[in-house]
Design a protein around this ligand. Structure first.
Ligand SMILES: CNc1ncnc2c1ncn2[C@@H]1O[C@H](COP(=O)(O)O)[C@@H](O)[C@H]1O
Length: 382
């Protein structure tokens, strides 16, 4: 059962039953959900109780699970990433990883039997299509290949128009690790497995993106869609963001601190020199001859990790005002205690709980998310 609290819960509570029905009826794509960040709390608790865990990790795991149960408060986004060392200890075997993947897929694609505590609406599937992303990890019990095939085995129990995998590269990875992950993504895709894209993620304060450029280029050449976490914190330099934009990703995660000047430069409705795509790789992120990568917007994540102070000052306002493609996403439902429905509620709810958008505009935003799916590789041509 989903647990919702904080800003998205407040927005969802404020909606009428008819508004909730409306949001549930929209075809929606979840394009930015990290597997280990979206584990249902109940699944995590079950696994913690039944797994035999290394003695030196039990205290840390118990403390992290207790924090997640009581509701996380972060003073800064940098406090967020260390949480994953405990979660990773729980999902380090093929059987635990398989169970977690199954439960995460179900939480997005199947209707729950009950609404979240405190809510009375009739549960419906959170989305029509889920592009789940995860970072392949080699552990004592599995190789990166086993990690990916374990996740893919679960994803492929759903049809191709319901679920697909994006392989994440963590900014902390070495060149050799990134190479192995991208090689696996390319090989699995070539073998007919449902890998549709590559993601650059991880603590935005870590790593040197120059390490990864050649690997993302190889992935792109092999037909994988590219999505990059970009300018997530104010410490991400303009030089780094410009370099990432030069890789011509199809989608961008967060893009919180891209300057208006650079947004105008990159996303203007002007033909960008050198950006004309070949017909084979053309994507619908290029409209009117301009480069328009869809921005994956994660409202609760940004508010709770304190990279954005309020909905009023959220960068979604810029993208809405400039008619730039966006997609509404949850990022990590476990720590941010949200659901896709509750994220959409923040579009429709009246200020200050939400943005107060009209139904037609919300419908259009949901359609933009559906259009930005990688589906089978690069974004479909429109
Ligand atoms: C707050 N926003 C975020 N920004 C950047 N990276 C994030 C993230 N939320 C999650 N991750 C990345 O996803 C991993 C967990 O899922 P997977 O092990 O891949 O399934 C985290 O370790 C982190 O690298």
């Amino acid at each position: 059962m989903a647990t919702i609290s904080g800003p998205s819960a407040a927005a969802l509570h404020s909606l009428s039953p008819s508004d909730v029905d409306f949001l549930q009826s929209l075809p929606k794509a979840e394009l930015h959900a990290h597997l280990n960040g979206c584990i249902p709390l109940q699944t995590l608790t079950d696994l913690t109780e039944h797994l035999t865990l290394p003695a030196d990790t039990t205290d840390e795991i118990a403390a992290t699970v207790a924090r997640l149960k009581s509701g996380l408060t972060l003073n800064d986004v940098s406090e967020f990433f260390p949480l994953f060392s405990a979660i990773y200890a729980i999902t380090s075997t093929p059987s635990a990883l398989g169970r977690v993947t199954r439960d995460v897929l179900d939480s997005f694609l199947k209707a729950e039997s009950n609404p979240p505590p405190g809510f009375a609406y009739t549960p419906a599937p959170e989305c029509s299509y889920l592009e789940l992303r995860t970072t392949p990890r080699a552990t004592a019990q599995m190789s990166r290949y086993t990690y990916l095939t374990t996740v893919l085995d679960e994803i492929e129990k759903f049809s191709a128009d319901q679920a697909a995998l994006i392989v994440s590269i963590d900014r902390r990875m070495s060149d050799a690790d990134a190479r192995e992950c991208v090689d696996l993504a390319i090989a699995l895709r070539a073998a007919g497995r449902r890998v549709v894209g590559l993601d650059l993620c991880g603590d935005p304060g870590k790593g040197d993106i120059a390490t990864f450029e050649k690997h993302f280029k190889r992935g792109k050449d092999a037909g994988l869609g590219l999505t990059l976490h970009i300018a997530e914190v104010c410490g991400n330099t303009t030089a780094e963001s410009l370099a990432l934009l030069d890789w011509r990703p199809d989608r961008l995660g967060h893009a919180t601190f891209l300057s208006d000047e650079h947004k105008a430069l990159f996303f203007a409705d002007l033909l960008q020199p050198g950006s004309v795509p070949s017909p084979a790789t053309e994507s619908n992120s290029r409209r009117n001859g301009a480069y328009k990568p869809c921005i994956e917007i994660c409202l609760s994540s940004n508010l709770l990790s304190r990279t954005v102070q309020s909905l009023e000052s959220h960068h979604i306002q810029y993208y809405l005002a400039n008619d730039h493609p966006i997609s509404i996403c949850t990022d990590d439902t476990l720590p941010f205690r949200t659901t896709l429905l509750a994220e959409y509620a923040q579009l429709l709810a009246k200020p200050p709980l939400g943005l107060g958008l009209g139904r037609e505009q919300v419908k259009r935003i949901a359609a933009m998310g559906m259009e930005a799916r990688f589906v089978q590789g690069r974004v479909e041509v429109k």
